[in-house]
Design a protein around this ligand. Structure first.
Ligand code: G4P
Length: 531
């Protein structure tokens, strides 16, 4: 095996998705603790203050360091390199989250055992399913009286339309929580409620008096019944199904008590896929190709208007990246020397000498790089997989002082390149419409337009439910559709036409009226995204 192949094999790049309060921050911290990347609990928590208000977010962003370095957390566990990509899941929810999912090979989904599947998780899982991303599930907070574990499995299957298969199984819950039984390696992880410690115990004979004694007769009876039921009625873990995003292995635990976290980490290493081939328009790029390729999926702006430098996050898709390399961008039609590439070890960022497929490298950028840019050693390649999704909130934007329209256009274009917002121009009157998935995105854009570009703007409400991209086999069909529906048509920043829907009712109506027009949920207009 070459060094490159070896390094690929030991990498896992993933993101955690969850609804606010399910325990994402807590599990992140525990993973970092087990990975030795941080020394004490509380280190990740510091970031939480940023969640709630715009002004908090601004303050924090001004200090920059914190959120940049927690965007990617890299740590070592059991001779593996784990790249954990942060997906803001709170008030600061934005399209950044969606794009981050295009830079990972798998996802960890956290579910609160008391609440089951919640709305944010549902939304994020839709994106995972669109991309066939493999998902491991962690059901958290077993130290609380939660839902019945079978109901939880059922809840995941029904709500998320994915097969769920338990890998571990809880023995009781809440105050009487005894621990978990690992169905596959037949190990009992005992939970000690008094000091919250845990002990792994191999169970050679599940009916032995020692084991029954440990968990009590009642709980033993229940466990045997549950396991019988699982055996008879639940689909077994089957790797190809997991890999295709059709089945999710489920682990139970309690993040705050470190409980079940090691099983999870072991699963990440054993089950989660290593860096996968990356699709480009021209061809599919295998990670073990010798030439370096990479894709920029996120840009982090400096909030200080005096220093308009940014950090572009590039996922390495193939080859061995070394410091000082010159990489070519097809879009820019030029090479960029990457003199001081950054890597991110939990709280710190440092200059890296080398990076491998699956790793994320931070590139200092003075405003050249755009989200979605592909870099190579000269080949003309354009990676796909970072489309725009339909925004859920829309606002018309008006500059307060007409003399500042130039600044507004410049600012909006820059913010667009960073992926901070989506911009549409209405066909009827050239009115600019901003689209976002979180309210905070609008506040941030307004703040930045004023502070960095001197363009004071106002928003006008615009009640649109979603925007779908349109395509047809013949241009004439599109032209006719645009002509007849000008009022709700707009062009995105790449000049692709989108239709602004006012509600679901309109979709069927328009499909019936215009059978030759296809509507797509993303700007890439892939068959899978067609509605
Ligand atoms: P998030 O990032 O997904 O929003 O969730 P976070 O980790 O912040 O956890 C949300 C709350 O749930 C926190 O409590 C956290 O301590 C708690 N929590 C996390 N894991 C467990 C668990 O296994 N069991 C129980 N019982 N609680 C858990 P908080 O009161 O909001 O914050 P804090 O005061 O504890 O920091």
């Amino acid at each position: 095996m070459t060094k490159l192949e070896e390094e690929i094999k030991r990498r896992r790049t993933f993101a955690i998705i969850s609804h606010p309060d399910a325990g994402k921050t807590t599990i992140t911290e525990k993973l970092l603790l087990f990975g030795g990347a941080i020394q004490q609990a509380g280190a990740v928590k510091a970031k939480k203050t940023a969640k709630y208000t715009t002004s908090d977010w601004m303050e924090l962003e001004k200090e920059r360091g914190v959120s940049v370095s927690t965007s990617v957390m890299c740590f070592e566990y059991n001779n593996h390199i784990i790249n954990l990509l942060d997906t803001p899941g709170h008030a600061d929810f934005s399209e950044d989250t969606y794009r981050t999912l295009s830079a990972v090979d798998s996802v960890l989904m956290m579910i609160d055992s008391v609440k089951g599947v919640e709305s944010r998780t549902r939304k994020l899982m839709e994106v995972c399913k669109q991309r066939d991303i493999p998902v491991i599930t962690f059901i958290n907070k077993l130290d609380r009286e939660g839902m019945n574990p079978f109901d939880l499995i059922d809840n995941i299957e029904k709500e998320l339309d994915i097969q769920a298969t338990p890998m571990t199984w809880p023995i009781s819950m809440g105050k009487t929580f005894k621990g978990i039984y690992n169905i596959y390696n037949k190990q009992y992880l005992r939970f000690n409620t008094t000091d919250k410690s845990f002990t792994p115990i191999d169970v050679n004979n599940i009916n032995s008096p020692e084991f029954i004694n440990l968990i009590s007769e009642n709980d033993h009876k229940k466990l045997i019944e549950d396991l019988d039921m699982i055996n008879g009625a639940v689909d077994k873990f089957y790797y190809p199904l997991y890999k295709d995003g059709l089945q999710t292995p489920v682990y139970f635990g309690s993040a705050i008590n470190n409980f079940g976290v090691l099983d999870l980490l072991d699963a990440m290493i054993k089950i989660a896929p290593e860096p996968q081939p990356a699709p480009a328009i021209e061809r599919i790029v295998a990670p073990d190709e010798n030439k370096v390729t990479g894709l920029v999926f996120k840009i982090h702006a400096n909030m200080d208007p005096k220093h308009r430098d940014r950090i572009a996050f590039m996922r390495i898709n193939s080859g061995v990246f070394t410091r000082g390399m010159k990489l070519f961008s097809h879009r820019l039609n030029r090479e960029i020397k990457i003199a001081n590439p950054l890597t991110f070890m939990a709280q710190d960022r440092s200059i890296t000498e080398e990076a491998y497929p699956g790793d994320i490298v931070g590139i200092h950028d003075t405003g050249l790089i755009k989200i979605g840019d592909s870099f190579t050693e000269g080949e003309l390649l354009n990676f796909t997989g970072i489309p725009n999704f339909s925004p859920e909130l829309f606002k018309k934007v008006i500059v307060k002082n007409a003399l500042k329209s130039k600044q507004l256009t410049k600012g909006l274009n820059q913010l667009l390149e960073e992926g901070a917002i989506q911009l549409f121009k209405q066909v009827l009157d050239n009115q600019l419409v901003l689209g976002a998935v979180g309210e905070l995105q609008f506040d941030v854009v307004k703040f930045r337009l004023q502070n960095e570009y001197g363009a004071d703007c106002n928003y006008l409400p615009y009640s649109i439910a979603f925007a779908y991209w349109i395509k047809a086999d013949e241009q004439a069909t599109i032209d006719k559709f645009i002509y007849e529906n000008k009022q709700y048509l707009a062009m995105d920043h790449m000049d692709n036409p989108v239709y602004f829907f006012r509600g679901n009712w309109e979709v069927e109506h328009l499909k019936e009226l215009y059978p030759k027009i296809n509507f797509y949920k993303t700007s890439e207009c892939k068959e899978k995204d067609r509605i």
